[in-house]
Design a protein. Sequence first.
Lengths: 107, 119
Amino acid sequence: EIVLTQSPATLSLSPGERATLSCRASQSVSSYLAWYQQKPGQAPRLLIYDASNRATGIPARFSGSGSGTDFTLTINSLEPEDFAVYYCQQRSNWPRTFGQGTKVEIK
Amino acid sequence: EVQLLESGGGLAQPGGSLRLSCAASGFTFNIYGMNWVRQAPGKGLEWVSALNGPGRNTYYTDSVKGRFTISRDNSKNTLYLQMNSLRAEDTAVYYCAKSGTGGGFFDFWGQGTLVTVSS
């Protein structure tokens, strides 16, 4: 099973700042990595798939990069609605696995 | 507009059974893989099971193999999860999620149904 490790666990930032979230895989997942946003009481929402492709309707301030074992989700100029938990997920191997999540909170 | 509506959650005793359903609309159901993903209270996301479009290929996380069965009725645009021999650790919100083009990631999610396993 591929283990995804996200860092940091919590990111405390102010609106307008840039958020940089990391996801590291225990073995190469090529570019088969997705990012999701989840707000309290809501279902997750797909942000990025295959490392760098924004999903339909996702604002351009969200971007993804990386390949192999190291990936980054960047949120440029945080908006109030961006404070949430973010998960990475790999589709390279079965079982599909998620990282443990990074919480982006208001500083 | 893609919609996924789960039902069938509730309280079950350890060792008991539940059947979850997910009614899909807004897309051509029979050509997309479908998944169940769960989230225990206060915890992260865990993929549970997947099924390809025609329904021939199934996949499970190890902890549910032999206890859960995923299936679909493409004539009814509905996905199912039969859960047997339930354990306390199966307590979670269960989400139905549609696979994106190419498979393996989840582009649309339902709102989830809560399964509680307790005596």
